[in-house]
Design a protein around this ligand. Structure first.
Ligand code: PMP
Length: 298
């Protein structure tokens, strides 16, 4: 577990090897320019959750930046399955990265370069009971990232600085605003609840469309929770009854303090409680579909 087996393909030479032995040439454009795309997929009881949606988003991000997708869907699924099996733990987090490849340093695309592919798994650390019972704190900041936040780029310096801003304030996340409107967290989508209605900012180039953005929208529709996608102002966030964050590692979590002030009642709210339960049901359902013979609690 301490030195997991990873998948690495450089210049078309693929191998499975211990993480500590994996090496990438310094002229890899991921290292030089942050020129690459990534995905992070949660795995529950050995089964990747919403992998098809992650692979669709990976293909979309690669196409958006003109990197050839190295594998088709079955090729990705086979490699992810192999990685999960070799890591072995029931719950994992699979990291997948594709860069434009190794080439002489020049900004424009190289004429010939083979995408570098890297896959690794790590233990999945989900939010604990303390987060579910007491919630998290966050701070706000102006969103100063580029205007293609819909692409899941490995160039994450803007997000890194926002995450560090949260850490410096001793809180879990920075929630960002652009032109007075809510965008997202440094590594999560943000949601607002007012009078029992769940609100999300529009899917556009200012946010990453999280796989959980789609899932939570589906859960709201299935269970009859009122849900609206529309621009959300800073005032609406400040006056929200509940604020939620979602991501592969957070699933869905409640924010109970924002910039030092209580959000709503200052405790995880009823819409969070319902969404958390529905999310766990969706996980159990995906396991039942993938492992029909297994007995799955849920
Ligand atoms: N926005 C950003 C900036 C993120 O980094 C993430 C985490 N990947 C998300 C949203 C949530 O996406 P997902 O639900 O696919 O994890």
């Amino acid at each position: 577990m301490e030195d997991p087996i990873v998948y690495l393909s450089v210049d078309g030479h693929a191998e499975m090897l211990p993480l500590s032995e994996a090496r990438v040439p310094v002229l890899d454009r991921g290292f030089i320019f942050g020129d690459g795309i990534y995905e992070v997929v949660p795995v529950y009881q050995g089964v990747p959750f919403r992998l098809a949606q992650h692979l669709t988003r990976l293909a979309r991000s690669l196409a958006a930046v003109g990197i050839t997708n190295p594998f088709d869907t079955d090729g990705w699924k086979a490699r992810v399955a192999e990685l999960i099996a070799s890591f072995g733990a029931p719950d994992q987090l699979v990291y997948m990265q594709v860069t434009r490849g190794v080439a002489k340093r020049a900004h424009a695309f190289p004429k010939t370069a083979t995408p570098t592919v890297f896959l690794m798994s790590s233990p999945l650390a989900l939010p604990g009971a303390d987060v579910r019972e007491r919630g998290l704190a966050a701070v706000t900041a102006q969103d100063n990232r580029w205007l293609r936040c819909d692409i899941k780029s490995i160039s994450l310096l803007g997000n890194v600085l926002m995450a560090e801003n949260a850490a410096a304030h001793g809180v879990a996340e920075t929630i960002m605003f652009r032109d007075g409107l809510l965008t997202e967290g440094s590594s999560s989508n943000a949601w607002v609840v007012k009078h029992g209605v769940l609100y999300a900012p529009p899917k556009n180039e200012r946010i990453l469309e999280g796989i959980r953005y789609g899932l939570i929208a589906e859960l709201a529709a299935t269970h009859g929770l009122q849900f609206e996608i529309r621009p959300i102002s800073e005032d609406e966030v400040a006056e929200a009854d509940e604020i939620l964050l979602s991501s592969a590692t957070k699933e869905v979590v409640p924010v109970v303090r924002l910039d030092g002030r209580a959000v709503g009642a200052g405790v995880p709210g009823p819409v969070y409680q319902r969404l958390y339960g529905w999310y766990q049901d969706a996980k159990a359902e995906s396991l039942r579909a993938a492992l029909p013979s297994a007995s799955v609690a849920g």
